[in-house]
Ligand binder design. Structure first.
Ligand SMILES: Nc1nc2c(ncn2[C@@H]2O[C@H](COP(=O)(O)OP(=O)(O)O)[C@@H](O)[C@H]2O)c(=O)[nH]1
Ligand SMILES: [Mg+2]
Length: 446
């Protein structure tokens, strides 16, 4: 991507009350002055002040932020105009006409990276903040933007660079008997680094959960209370609830968070043999959705006379009980009833009285994290980081072997590769095409 020209984009989503058009690059001030007029013209003296004026006949505010103290590090002008797609589009069109280029997805943040305002993990965290669907995901992204991961990686790289320097000096000054450290010192250090990398690698699972969320599906027979539970978990009346079996015929999906874990929650048509063609299409869709779920909340009506029929389908589906939570609902109607044992973890609730919901959430949390009440992670790497951490970790044992045999040259070659792999995490050493690929996943205007 060219970083020397002037780019522009609408930075706000459609539908808001205000839209912001950002212009960044060497001609930002010139182009800003062309498309926006006020009592004062945009200039250096009024930098970082919000000025009132108009753009294309509409009232608009403008601010000039000279580089390097701007988001991208370039000269930046932002125009704030009325929201709605058309007002912003008109300002954008004028900006394009004044010879700014339309920014590609993530291009402002790419420039911030190129100009040294952010490293790659921090730039990725910007994207994580925008897409965060839970408080925990947001906290994680904020810690990453503040450099938690970069610092950890830099620390490890420094330690490796020190070892590399020792290897190289032994090559350069092999004749002189300088005050060398014993190879064991490096080996201990490398083993510590391996342990730290293993801890980072384990955090990838948490990272994946917090960044991508968990697909949770509500399944069970008609009338077991799936839609009622959906509404309770969402805190709003999203799905239609009725005593008529077969009310929900299509899958309904919503985003939510449970105990800080972002989820996509899907309500499904109840599973039963039906003669209704549309309901059967819905049931087919339910089965498919259930098969794709990471966790299934399987509702069972505890007040049904025939409990065998109630659990039959669950027992068929419970081949993988690790992803199913059986939920005996309507316990308010049969508080004393003894319920059959099941292959998967189960909980008794009453959606009506909101009883047992905490126990359900405890089970859910345990299923997601492997234990209850997980602590917020300080760092959680993404899949790109994980691949590079694995690459680095895989080379370390061989490095230890070379160091043990005092094969300094061979150890140095591997150390350079390891340092480069870790450098790709923060973006210090990375191929341009990989960079473009990372930023192309950002939204336009970011
Ligand atoms: N007594 C009682 N009734 C419930 C409870 N949960 C849901 N219901 C009722 O059961 C019926 C079916 O609920 P619904 O959520 O539509 O079930 P779905 O078909 O599985 O989506 C409705 O009349 C609900 O009011 C509960 O905990 N106790
Ligand atoms: Mg329903």
């Amino acid at each position: 991507m060219n970083t020397n020209d002037t780019i522009c984009a609408i930075c706000t989503g459609t539908g808001g009350a205000i839209s912001i058009i950002r212009i960044a690059g060497p001609d930002a001030l010139k182009i800003g002055a062309e498309i926006w007029q006020g009592a004062a013209t945009l200039n250096e003296k009024l930098a970082r002040q919000m000025l009132y004026g108009h753009s294309g006949g509409d009232p608009a505010l403008a601010v000039y932020m000279p580089g390097p103290r701007s988001y991208t590090g370039d000269d930046v002008v932002e125009i704030h105009c009325h929201g709605g797609a058309l007002a912003a589009k008109r300002v954008l069109d004028a900006t394009l006409k004044a010879k700014a280029r339309a920014a590609k997805p993530g291009e402002f943040t790419f420039r911030a990276f190129v100009n040294g305002k952010l490293d790659l993990t921090q730039a990725e965290a910007v994207s994580d903040i925008i897409s965060a669907h839970s408080q925990m995901a947001l906290n994680l992204a904020e810690r990453q933007i503040n450099g938690a991961l970069s610092q950890k990686i830099s620390e490890l790289r420094h330690q490796l660079t020190d070892i590399l320097a020792e290897c190289e000096s032994r090559l350069d000054f092999s004749e002189e008997n300088l005050d060398w450290s014993h190879p064991d010192v490096f080996i201990i250090k490398i083993n510590e680094i391996l342990t730290e990398l293993a801890v980072l690698a384990t955090s990838a699972k948490t990272g994946m959960i917090l960044r991508e969320g968990i697909r949770v599906v509500l399944a069970g027979r008609p009338n077991s209370g799936k839609s009622s539970l959906m509404n309770l978990l969402l805190g709003c009346e999203r799905a239609i609830v009725s005593q008529i079996p077969g009310t929900t015929r299509d899958t309904i999906e919503e985003g939510a968070q449970l105990r800080g874990i972002p989820i996509r929650l899907t309500d499904t048509a109840g599973l039963r043999d039906s003669v209704d063609q549309i309901e059967n299409l819905g049931i087919g869709r339910s089965r498919q959705t259930i098969s794709l779920a990471q966790i299934v909340f399987w509702l069972l009506d505890a007040s049904e006379p025939d409990l065998k029929a109630e659990v039959a389908e669950l027992e068929n589906c419970a081949a993988n009980p690790n992803r199913i939570i059986a939920i005996w609902n309507k316990i308010d109607l049969v508080p004393q009833r003894i319920l059959p044992d099941l292959k998967c973890p189960s909980v008794k609730i009453s959606v009506l009285n909101q009883d047992g919901i905490n126990s359900l959430l405890d089970l859910f949390e345990k299923m997601v994290w492997g234990h209850e009440h997980a602590e917020e992670p300080e760092i959680a790497v993404n899949s790109r980081h994980l691949a590079l951490i694995n690459e680095a970790s895989a080379l370390l044992p061989e490095t230890v072997e070379h160091l043990t045999c005092e094969e300094w040259e061979l150890a140095a070659i591997l150390l350079r590769d390891i340092i480069a792999a870790l450098g790709s995490i923060t973006g210090e050493t990375i191929a341009p095409d990989i960079l473009e690929n990372i930023f192309s996943r950002f939204c336009i205007g970011k």
